[in-house]
Every structure is written in C-alpha cells, then in structure tokens.
Design a protein around this ligand. Structure first.
Ligand code: MN
Length: 500
C-alpha cells in the first residue's frame, strides 16, 4: 500500500466491485470528512484525512460494501467534531450514522490505567494476574456487546491497523497502552472471528511497542534463521511440486514465516529453545478440493516420514474458530524437520479473512445488514462466540446470527475516567455508584450525565458516561431500595441501614 493515499487510489479499488451510485456516496463521504478535518493534523504531522482514507482503503481491498467504506471515511468526524453530527446524520442517513456512532462508542473501551505496571509485577501475584485477565476479558466482551453491527468492528480493525502503523506519532506513554490493547483485545477478537491475517498484522505491529525488550530478544534469537530456512524451503517445495503435479493435482505451494509475536508466545512455552520450534517456517499447499487435500497428504507421507503425534486433521475436526487445514511435520531433505499445511482455497480464504470472507458471498453483499440468512451451522466461528458469552449470567439464547445483540439485557456505563461497569438493563446511577465502590454508593448525593445533573432513579443507557457526586458525611437512603436493580446495591444499602 502506498504511504500517502489519495481519493483516486480508493476509487480505483471500489470501481472494481461497486456501482456508480456507490462511488458517488464514497466521494461525498470523503469530501465531507476532508472538510470536517480541515487543518487538523495527525500525531505524525500529516493531514488528518490521510487516516480515515487509509482505513477505507483497507476495507475496500477486502471488498466491503459502500456503506462501510463511507462510514470508515467519516469514522472520526463525530468524535473530533461533535458540531458536525447533525449535518452528518442529515446527509448520510441513519444506517451510516449508526455505524459511525458504534465506532465512536467502541473507542471508549480502554484498559484501565491502574492495570499498568512493570512487566514483572504480575509474576507470583496470582490474584492480581486473575484480576487483570478478568478485566481484559470483560473489555473483549464489552466490545462485542456494544456492537449491533459487525461492520463497526471491521472499521475498528482498519482504524487500529492504521493507528498502529503510525504509532510513532503518538506520545511514548500512550504507545504502550495502545499496543497492549491491540494485543489483548483487538488481536484475540480478530482471531475469534477467524481473521488470521488481521490478527497477525495487529500483533506484529504492536509487539515492538508493547514488549520492546522481548521483541529485541526474539529478533536476535531468530537472526538469519528465516533466510536460511527459506533457502531450504525452496528445495522442499521443488520436490513437492514435482510429485504433486505428477499425480495430476493442481496446487499452489509456497512458504510461510511464523509471525514474530506468535513465535514469541510459542517460545515461552518451550523454554525459549528455538530448536524446538518446528514451524518457524512452513510449507503451505493450497489445492482445489477436499479430496486433493488428503491425496496430497498421502504423497507427502510417501516421500518423507512424519513425526509421530504431529499429524493433525483440522479439516475433520476444525479449530474452535473454524480454522481448517491438514498439518503434518516430516523429516524432509537431509532429515530436517519441517511443517507442511494442506488446505483448499476456500479454507485458506476463511483462515485469512474469516468473517470478512463471507462478505464476498453474493447475498450478503447485496444486503449486508441482513446477514442472518447465512445458515448458522456454516459459521463455525459463531459457535466460539457463543461459548464466549455463555459465562455471562442472564444471557438469553443466542438468537440472531450477526446482530450481536446477545447482551441486550446488559448495559455498559463509563466513569469520566473511562472505567467501565457492566450493569443490568434499567440500572440507575445508584447501582452504578455501588458498582464503582461501596463507599461511593454509600456517600452518593447526585449524578451527572454528559455534564448535566440527572435523578438518582433515572435508568441509564448503554455507553452513558456518568459522573457520581459524593459527599463525605452523606448516607444511603431507604428510598433507593425502591429502584435499585443490582443485588449488590440492594445488599449494601440494607446492611448499612441495619448497622445504623
Ligand atoms: Mn480513527
């Protein structure tokens, strides 16, 4: 991708699959955004519009629909220029506005400052470690819970990728937090949605910023190994190519390098002994159909002896996120150990693009908001999402396929500092105050929503930012019991009143 894009670069890509009307919509969105961001600069010093344009380009390359592209061009307008919201809504309509609004809301999901600590801080502190993991997990869930339309998450990924590519322009203190969020929230989410390419890209962009020392160490450890291995790979590929075409099978054979961050994670499990990592580089064989996958596996095993226990049939038994492939590790030329992966084109596309790959299916492209048509059992990764949300109490049956409103009876409310609390529908500022801390609940005297005072019994909405006002000598009121929704608030109020 060129470093500095212009509108025409984007239009050239969209022209290949969108109508003239769609192209017009994209142009309009571009000019609206360009105008709104006029004079605004990115941390890197470049014009602000360069950022949404890059995000839009990434989505266009993946053939996303015109609404998604338009919304991605406009994604920072509402956040940076609230005075333009009305005009934006009027010109682009409810659907695009909803997507932009969703992106803005997701932007508020951040790792709590208090969780930032020197890296070795967690070691030997099991309780802390668990607390941190819970926090991260709840952020991931929240991200999904707040997303009614998956296109919001797709824009968020594109936004993140460009933000990571330009992270140098951000203050050093902020870099680590952003990189850590990328590794712990966005990359795992991409993985669960089956988007291997996005996951790998996000991780490799974030790794050097999140864990600079480890990054340097892994890089040094790898040294020239990739280059050396790739020379060797070429020989292996030549042998395979000959045998497979002799059998009359069409195949695309190439090498792949392990992403540095996933190598780092694997090294941790193997005492940092790089000689134990057999898939530093691997051979990937892509064939036309399922039968050929098994035929090719047979050819491989006739040529080289496989390692016991390392033949994996992820076609018959896919990974939880839907990943399908045959993996085998063999003693190849000169007895060197190498991993080989075999899959069909469609499996490959799914492994790389996951949910985004479904966008290519015709019926979705025509009606991107109505993806419920896709048979549920086709989308293996959805089952993983389902498992993910089973832990949440009160969650209703997983009902609609891509309308991710399975947390619809929960709301997420933010403190002005960006801390977030997960509450039942109908929860009030008093519930929120007790969710923060029982002392905050006990001494609560009022609440502000978007800077305006609200009643303590007013039900809160998803994404609200609420500031709880307290007064030291104040006490809980018996009246509160009439409207609080959480058992936590109820029991704290009761116990306070009893003690009195
Ligand atoms: Mn952005």
């Amino acid at each position: 991708m060129p470093y500095k894009l212009i509108l025409n670069d984007l239009l050239k890509v969209t022209a290949k699959y969108l109508s003239k009307d769609d192209q017009e919509l994209i142009k309009d969105a571009y000019f609206f955004a360009d105008n709104a961001h006029k004079g605004e600069k990115r941390g890197t010093g470049e014009e602000y519009i360069n950022h949404p344009l890059h995000a839009a380009y990434l989505l266009a390359v993946n053939n996303f629909d015109a609404q998604t592209i338009a919304a991605s061009l406009l994604h920072d307008v509402a956040e940076n220029h609230p005075d333009k919201i009305k005009e934006l809504k009027k010109q682009f309509g409810e659907e695009i506005f909803e997507i932009i609004d969703g992106v803005t809301k997701l932007g508020k999901i951040k790792i709590k400052k208090s969780w930032f600590f020197p890296l070795n801080f967690l070691q030997g502190r099991r309780q802390k470690q668990l607390g941190y993991e819970r926090h991260i997990e709840s952020l991931r869930k929240m991200l999904l819970a707040m997303t009614k339309d998956l296109r919001v998450i797709m824009i968020k990924f594109a936004d993140r990728i460009h933000n990571m590519q330009t992270l140098k322009g951000v203050r050093p203190e902020k870099r680590e937090r952003i990189a850590r969020e990328t590794l712990e929230i966005y990359a795992p989410l991409a993985y669960r949605l089956g988007m291997g390419k996005v996951k790998g890209e996000l991780e490799d962009l974030a790794f050097p910023y999140a864990y600079p020392k480890e990054y340097q160490r892994v890089k040094k450890l790898v040294g020239h190994k990739y280059e050396e291995k790739e020379e060797y790979l070429k020989k292996v590929i030549r042998v395979l190519d000959e045998k497979i075409s002799k059998a009359g099978i069409k195949a695309d054979i190439h090498g792949r390098r392990k992403h540095l961050y996933s190598l780092y994670k694997k090294l941790k499990k193997h005492d940092n002994d790089i000689s134990k990592i057999y898939d530093l580089v691997a051979v990937r064989i892509i064939v036309n159909n399922l039968e050929d996958c098994y035929k090719v596996l047979g050819i491989i095993h006739q040529t080289w002896r496989p390692l016991i226990g390392r033949i994996k049939d992820y076609i018959a038994v896919p990974k939880p996120n839907g990943y399908q492939s045959l993996h085998t590790t063999v003693f190849a030329i000169d007895g060197e150990i190498i991993e080989i992966q075999v899959r069909t084109k469609q499996m490959h596309d799914m492994a790389e693009n996951g949910i985004a790959a479904h966008w290519h299916y015709k019926d979705i492209r025509q009606k991107p908001t109505n993806m419920t048509k896709i048979a549920r059992d086709q989308l293996v990764w959805l089952r993983e999402l389902e498992k993910w949300q089973q832990n949440i109490k009160d969650s209703k049956e997983f009902s609609q396929v891509l309308k991710l409103d399975f947390f619809k009876d929960r709301i997420f409310v933010f403190t002005p500092q960006g801390d977030v609390h997960d509450l039942p529908l109908g929860a009030t500022p008093v519930d929120f105050a007790y969710a923060i801390h029982s002392d905050v609940g006990n001494t609560c005297i009022g609440a502000k929503l978007n800077g305006k005072m609200i009643r303590l019994d007013q039900p809160l909405k998803n994404g609200d930012i609420v500031d709880i006002l307290t007064k030291k000598e104040s006490q809980p009121k018996r009246d509160w019991l009439k409207f609080v929704k959480t058992s936590r608030a109820r029991s704290r109020i009761k116990s306070y009143l009893v003690k009195k």
